[in-house]
Design a protein around this ligand. Structure first.
Ligand SMILES: O=C(O)[C@H](O)CO
Length: 379
């Protein structure tokens, strides 16, 4: 009987995209099962690579856009994704307002803004979508999502009625928020936020204290930024009637989580659940014999919502064997055996340094997939 495989790996960061991992797995399996039916479902968990994975998995398309980067004078050429299967756009905030877009010496969350993320949302609305999947995290910003809202028409005015400058450093000057020119299309789309963390907006576990320093904030700036976000939360409650202060994930991406909850009808969901829904992974796994997954590194953290965990839970639901491979296998990975993971294989052929391991990723995944297939072929 023809064997049916679902391949649902995440990317192996800095080595292979999820799509390339699928291709290497396919080559390995076909050596043993030349007639196998193989369904590739490149995965992501809402973070970096989510747009590419969802576009690939649904035969969607990328739409190029030129928008403002984290710094006011910066222009960035980037893209949003449109899924092939539905009227859904996928956006990664890091492509517009991400920390990787600014070299270390220019990182300063007092002045960086999420304006470009708002422009990405606007570009998605121009495509007439009904749903937007928005991956947040990896930001250069600490502006509570005020830049994003401003790009969509919100105005943040000081006591004299003037627009405040961009960035988290100026938020303390806001006297009131004017929504009279806000883009009405925003409230008509469903927005799903795939957040990378669950931190609240302010306080010792908040956006500024925990993530401010990695964005270039000094101790003094962290204090100011935290106070400003607190003031912002008060204004949002007074002017928009939404209490975002203590919501889990509100502090993601420098408070963009809070901004999205305040200015849109967005809902937070685990990134992995958003992705598996968007690509109908359940249906694919239900119709398969075997599921292969994997990620560059797997350890105890995999269970906190990483792609191989999401895949193994679905495989468990349908009673399908789920086999993972990883470049690095760390402590605590064995908790996954109770979560639907049948086996986990390391892919290295010898003790390699990291650079070599990255270089040889595809050949190692191919060989490991072939060997897994050989085991599966035993009668
Ligand atoms: O962007 C950030 O602040 C971190 O990735 C947490 O979301």
């Amino acid at each position: 009987m023809v064997k049916k495989f679902v391949l649902a790996p995440d990317s192996f960061k800095e080595s292979m995209s999820a799509n390339e991992v699928c291709q290497a797995m396919t080559r390995g399996i076909l050596k043993v099962f030349p007639d196998a039916e193989i369904v590739s479902a490149p995965m992501a968990d809402g973070g970096e690579g989510t747009t590419d994975s969802l576009v690939n998995a649904t035969a969607g398309q990328k739409i190029k856009v030129t928008i403002r980067g984290p710094l006011e004078s910066q222009r960035i050429e980037t893209y949003i994704g449109l899924l092939g299967s539905s009227k859904t756009a996928v956006i990664e905030m890091a492509k517009a307002s991400g920390i990787e877009l600014i070299s270390k010496e220019f990182r300063n969350p007092m002045i960086t803004s999420t304006f470009g993320t708002g422009e990405l949302i606007s570009a998605a609305l121009d495509q007439g979508v009904e749903k937007i999947i928005l991956g947040i995290g990896g930001s250069a910003t600490n502006d509570g999502g005020s830049g994003m809202a401003r790009a969509l028409g919100a105005r943040f005015l000081d006591a004299k009625g003037k627009n405040i400058p961009f960035g988290g450093g100026a938020l303390g000057q806001v006297d009131h928020i004017d929504m009279s020119q806000f883009d009405q299309r925003v409230q008509k789309v469903k927005i799903l936020i795939a957040s990378d963390v669950t931190n609240p907006l302010c306080g010792e576990n908040g956006a500024s204290v925990v993530f401010g320093p990695q964005k270039g904030a000094t101790d003094e700036m962290v204090k100011q930024l935290d106070q400003n976000l607190s003031h912002f939360a008060d204004l949002v409650l007074r002017d928009l009637g939404k209490n975002v202060r203590n919501i889990e994930g509100a502090g993601a991406a420098g408070g963009l989580g809070a901004g999205l909850l305040a200015f849109t009808n967005a809902k937070m969901k685990r990134g992995i659940d958003i992705v598996t829904d968007a690509i109908d992974l359940e249906q694919k796994i239900a119709a398969s014999d075997y599921v292969l997954t994997g990620e560059g590194g797997m350890d105890f953290q995999t269970k906190f919502g990483k792609a191989p965990y999401g895949v193994s839970k679905i495989a468990q639901k349908y009673g399908k064997p789920c086999i993972a491979m990883a470049g690095y296998i760390g402590k605590g990975v064995d908790v996954l055996y109770d979560e639907g993971m049948t086996a986990i294989f390391g892919i290295q052929s010898k003790a390699n340094d990291l650079e070599m391991a990255m270089k040889e990723g595809a050949i190692n995944v191919e060989r490991t997939s072939e060997n897994i297939a050989r085991l599966l072929a035993i009668k």
